[in-house]
Write a protein that binds this ligand. Structure first.
Ligand code: ATP
Length: 306
């Protein structure tokens, strides 16, 4: 039976560790990172469009405001790439239902691009393997391959070369959201400014992080969370230091700016602690919203055919 469309669910990510190397001659930084996919999702529907209309994009959802609907949207770029790579019919209609914060350091745009790749693969019955999808994903952005794979994985290169990490257990997160996003390039630039004159080592994942994941030990993981971009994000947005302090004061096992921020992710011991911290952060007045999530969860996956 021919399908008219598919709906793909794609998770946000947190970086449990983000190690940033020196600025390279090509203007990029080598990074080594540990990603975890968490249960905060965008839904991407991909359908055959009306003849002659080309790629059409519409967006809804609580975090849709200000997201571009033109060809600069990563979802449209993903569709254009698939159309030219596989010679597909160009009339594709995409709808994004956004829940992932925009410019929040949680790979929202990357999630949508991954959703389109998986959606088009399924709609046109291309039969691409996960490896092939991840290779195409890397052409669109560093975080897109992980949005395809999900789970817990180590990213090297620009974060786009993904290897699944040995890990156990599941983790509870409380995410402290900010009203305004931070630009990833601006945070990297500030990181370079703060590091001026220092010798920066090649990025590596710490043993404590890998041991905590293998053991499935939230307490040890809380202590092992690190992010080399955190000083830069806090320098551009000093209020983040206050958010981190409040979270730790109210019982988080660890807290970290997620990626380039400004979302702050707190790891907590269990469901009850997650509720307590949600209440404390909401009452503190230092955050614009609080979301509870758990991880790891799956990567981009078709949840419905239309
Ligand atoms: P990362 O964690 O991968 O650095 P991020 O979560 O900080 O990314 P995004 O939500 O991906 O940031 O958005 C960054 C910018 O990309 C936005 O300000 C927006 O202008 C643009 N953008 C393009 N496509 C999308 C999309 N589908 N959803 C959200 N933003 C998009």
């Amino acid at each position: 039976m021919k399908i008219n469309g598919v709906i793909v669910r794609v998770p946000a990510k947190v970086n449990l560790q983000l190690a940033v190397g020196p600025l390279g001659d090509d203007g990029y930084h080598e990074v080594t990172t540990v990603f975890q996919a968490i249960s905060l999702y965008d839904e991407v529907s991909v359908r055959h469009g009306e003849a002659g209309e080309g790629v059409q994009l519409t967006i809804s959802g609580p975090t849709s405001s200000g997201v571009p609907v033109d060809s600069s949207n990563l979802a449209v770029r993903a569709a254009d790439l698939m159309i030219s790579r596989y010679g597909l019919a160009t009339d594709i209609s995409i709808h994004l239902k956004k829940e992932i914060p925009v410019a929040g350091g949680m790979a929202g745009g990357s999630a949508d691009a991954a959703g389109v790749l998986v959606g088009i693969d399924s709609l046109f019955e291309l039969g691409l393997s996960r490896d092939e999808l991840e290779r195409i994903a890397a052409e669109l952005g560093s975080d897109v391959p992980f949005s395809i794979s999900g789970g817990i994985a180590i990213g090297t290169g620009r974060g786009d070369r993904i290897t699944p990490a040995l890990s156990r257990g599941s983790y509870h997160w409380v995410l402290a959201l900010s009203g305004h996003g931070l630009s990833t390039p601006a945070v990297y630039k500030e990181c370079d400014r703060l590091r001026e004159g220092l010798t920066i080592a090649r990025p590596q994942i710490g043993d404590a992080m890998m041991q905590a994941l293998r053991a499935g030990d939230p307490k040890a993981l809380g202590k092992a969370l690190t992010n080399d971009l955190q000083p830069a994000a806090c320098s551009l947005r000093p209020a983040l230091r206050l958010v981190l302090d409040v979270g730790m004061e109210y019982g988080a096992l660890g807290g970290i700016v997620s990626g380039s921020g400004p979302t702050v992710a707190f790891l907590v011991a269990d469901e009850e602690k997650s509720l307590d911290l949600t209440v404390a952060l909401s009452a503190s007045g230092v955050v614009s919203g609080v979301v509870r999530a758990s991880g790891p969860t799956h990567g981009a996956r078709v949840i419905e055919t239309l």
